[in-house]
Structure formats: structure tokens, C-alpha cells
Design a protein around this ligand. Structure first.
Ligand code: TRP
Ligand code: SF4
Length: 400
């Protein structure tokens, strides 16, 4: 078993492009070899901003899953599912909403920002305000330990951690906690149990933070403990109750610098994208018609790569010797722009070839994708169900 569980979601609001590939999917593909990974289609999230165009979401869901698979996300390694097929996200969202101070939501920086940025949409809605809480529920319902996020999502992670703490503080005491914790200590084995008690005492009596850290490391290394006991022991260390929801760590991913066709960051809103599995002729045409250094009007005018969007793509796709010959050829007017663009066209097509092939397999047999998602939904529900059992019990909702 993996000790870490990674969770990430993506909104289905249009088809994916090479910016998504270089910025997000390559990360996912790397992580699926190192961690237990859960990746989901955040369709409810998409509705928080696109509630008036549900057809866009509906269309994008399956295309997006095919894009993931095409890029190399491996359903044998990662669990892929659709948020709305796991109603536990909604249940946790609702239950957490009972204890969420409004001020916490209003203070999330993206709230006002996005409302202003997307001013063409009416985002003075309950759902949009609650969006960070829905994200918290997504994360906490799986007790994810790590969430890969860009800089802009850090406040959401911090909010999630605060929600977990608040929940544990309010509901974390279970009947007979001390006895259960003591019993869990015994299960560590006599040597480790003694060490745990000693470290716990040192922390509780002398506030020794190093002792606390050592005790946590000791628990981290205990693979055989049940999840419940693990959390009791973590809770017992600091004197609190049982940790029912666990605080995730942000795994900061470097923002993609993937340049678009015009030199700005590749983004749907700039209309400068190459789709992940765009057809070959269209890719070639888009690159061939890219703007270049505006000072290079005639073939005989020397140019400056620093002022050329094509050069930005060479940075992503070309090896040193190609880059050298571009600089040399451009600044001396030794090569033409069409010639300069060819290696970029070749490299993009080369990168996309396996993606197109994999996608074709799924397009030819749509049942394949449905089955992958059906499996993923089921696995996700099982994990989410375990957390919800504890949450309901802690909130006094397990009557039956
Ligand atoms: N907020 C993310 C975005 O807009 C998507 C998302 C929703 C997410 N829930 C999540 C990401 C949970 C990571 C974990 O891109
Ligand atoms: Fe840009 Fe290449 Fe033309 Fe120079 S030669 S302006 S780098 S496309």
C-alpha cells in the first residue's frame, strides 16, 4: 500500500490542449507511478460557473476522460471517476456547510476575483460562494494526503485544512476515546509503545516539538495499523480527539509556461491553443501561420528570436543544436521562418502521435471508457463511503 494518496480534479469546460498536457497531465502521469492517485472529472464544479450552459459540460466529460487516457493516464494505476457519480461529495459538502463560517468563504481570494473576471456571468450564487467548500469535500472525503495545485489554489488548500481542523475539533471526540487510544498504543508492540508514550509525555509535559515530530514519524512508519487506530494515535499525541478528517498537504506544482501560438500563455480564452489530439493538417497549418518577429518582413531581414513566439515553442520542443541553428539562422537571415517552423511542427506531431493512437482505440470502442469510469466510480464510492461512515457517526447521524 501507498502511504500517500493524491487527489486531483479537472473541470470539464472544453477540450484539453497542449497547455493542459505540459502543465497538468504530465504531472499526473509521473505521479501515478509514485503514489496512489485519484483523478476526477469535476462536473459539479463546472456547474458553479457554467450552470447556464450544461450542454458544454455534458459534451466535455467524456472527451476529457479520453484526453486523459490519450495523454497516458493509466487506469490500471490511477482511479478515474466522475464527481457527480459519487454523491458522498455532496453529502460531505452539505454536512460541512453546517459548520462553515461565511466569512471564511467570503475571504477566499478567488471569490471576488473570479466574480469580477467572469463579470459576464451572474456569480452571485450560493453554489459559487460554496465552491471552495465543495473542493474541500472532494479532498476530505478521500482523506487525501497530497493535492497537486498551482499557486492560485493554495488558499483553497489552506481553507480545506482549516475545515478539517474545525470538524475534528467539534466532532473528533468519540466515546471511550482514551481507552481506544490506549488499546491502539498496545498494538504498536511493547518497544514502540514505550517510545510512543515517552515522546507523547515529552510533548505534553514539556511542549517538546521535536518529540512530537518523532512520534508522528514513528506512526507514519507503522504500516499495519488500521486507519482508525492511526488517527486515534495521532489525535492522542496532541491531546485532542480522534482525527476524523485528515489535513491534506499542498503539493505545489510549477505553473506551466507552455506558450501558445501568439507567445502568450496557451489558454482557451486567448484563442491560441493546439488541442491535445488536433488533426495533423490543422496543427501544421496553425504553426505555419504563426506570427513571427514583426521586424522580419522580408526573407532577407534578420530577426530576433526573443521577439518571436515560434522561438518560445522551440524552447519547449527543440534540442540544443536545433536551437543554436535557429538563433544563428534567424539573426543572420540564413533561414526563412517557414523553415524555422518545420522542426516545431515535426516535434508537436511526434508528441501527439501516441496520443492520437491511444485516443482512437477509445473512440472505436466507447464501452472501454465507460467501463474504466464505472470501475473508478465504484472504487471512489467505496473509499468515500468509509469516511462518510465516520463522519455520520461523529455528527450523531447513524441512527439506523
Ligand atoms: N478547483 C480545481 C480547478 O478549478 C478543480 C478541483 C475541484 C480540484 N476539486 C478539486 C482540484 C480537488 C484538486 C482537488 O481547477
Ligand atoms: Fe521566428 Fe524562426 Fe522566423 Fe526567427 S526565423 S523570426 S525565430 S520563426
Amino acid at each position: 500500500m501507498f502511504a500517500d494518496r493524491i487527489l486531483s480534479g479537472m473541470r470539464p469546460t472544453g477540450s484539453l490542449h497542449l497547455g493542459h498536457y505540459h502543465g497538468v497531465l504530465k504531472n499526473w502521469i509521473r505521479m501515478q507511478h509514485e503514489y496512489e492517485c485519484l483523478f476526477f472529472v469535476a462536473d459539479w464544479h463546472a456547474l458553479t460557473t457554467h450552470y447556464d450552459t450544461p450542454e458544454v459540460i455534458e459534451q466535455s466529460v467524456w472527451d476529457m476522460v479520453i484526453d486523459w487516457l490519450a495523454a497516458g493516464v493509466d487506469p490500471a494505476r490511477a482511479t478515474l471517476f466522475i464527481q457527480s457519480r459519487v454523491p458522498e461529495h455532496a453529502e460531505l459538502h452539505l454536512l460541512l456547510s453546517m459548520i462553515t463560517p461565511l466569512g471564511w468563504l467570503e475571504r477566499v481570494p478567488t471569490y471576488k476575483d473570479q466574480q469580477e473576471k467572469l463579470s459576464s456571468r451572474d456569480l452571485a450564487t450560493y453554489g459559487f460562494l460554496g465552491y471552495p467548500l465543495l473542493m474541500s469535500a472532494d479532498i476530505l472525503v478521500y482523506r487525501a494526503t497530497q493535492v497537486p495545485v498551482g499557486e492560485d489554489q493554495i488558499p483553497h488548500l489552506e481553507f480545506t485544512r482549516e475545515m478539517a481542523r474545525r470538524f475534528n475539533h467539534l466532532y473528533g471526540r468519540e466515546a471511550g476515546f482514551e481507552e481506544k487510544a490506549e488499546a491502539a498504543v498496545k498494538k504498536l508492540g511493547s518497544k514502540k509503545a514505550r517510545l510512543y508514550q515517552e515522546l507523547r509525555n515529552r510533548f505534553q509535559e514539556q511542549g517538546d516539538d521535536e518529540a512530537l515530530e518523532s512520534a508522528k514519524a514513528l506512526l507514519d512508519a507503522q504500516q499495519s495499523l488500521s486507519l482508525g487506530d492511526r488517527e486515534r494515535l495521532f489525535g492522542y499525541l496532541e491531546g485532542g480527539g480522534k482525527m476524523i478528517l485528515s489535513e491534506p498537504q499542498a503539493m505545489l506544482t510549477v505553473a506551466s509556461k507552455m506558450p501558445g501560438l501568439d507567445g502568450q500563455k496557451m489558454s482557451k480564452s486567448y484563442n491560441n491553443t493546439i488541442a491535445l489530439r488536433e488533426d495533423e493538417a490543422s496543427v501544421a497549418k496553425k504553426i505555419r501561420t504563426m506570427p513571427t518577429d514583426p521586424a522580419r518582413i522580408r526573407r532577407t531581414d534578420p530577426g530576433d528570436p526573443a521577439k518571436c513566439p515560434v522561438w518560445a515553442l522551440h524552447q519547449v520542443y527543440s534540442d540544443e543544436s536545433t536551437k543554436q541553428s535557429v538563433v544563428q539562422g534567424c539573426t543572420s537571415a540564413g533561414i526563412g521562418c517557414i523553415e524555422c517552423k518545420q522542426p516545431v511542427i515535426d516535434a508537436v506531431l511526434f508528441e501527439q502521435r501516441p496520443m492520437r493512437e491511444r485516443a482512437q482505440m477509445y473512440l472505436d470502442d466507447p464501452a472501454l471508457v465507460r467501463n474504466i469510469i464505472a470501475d473508478g466510480n465504484e472504487k471512489a464510492r467505496k473509499l468515500a463511503g468509509e469516511t462518510m461512515r465516520d463522519v455520520r457517526e461523529a455528527m450523531g447521524l447513524s441512527y439506523a
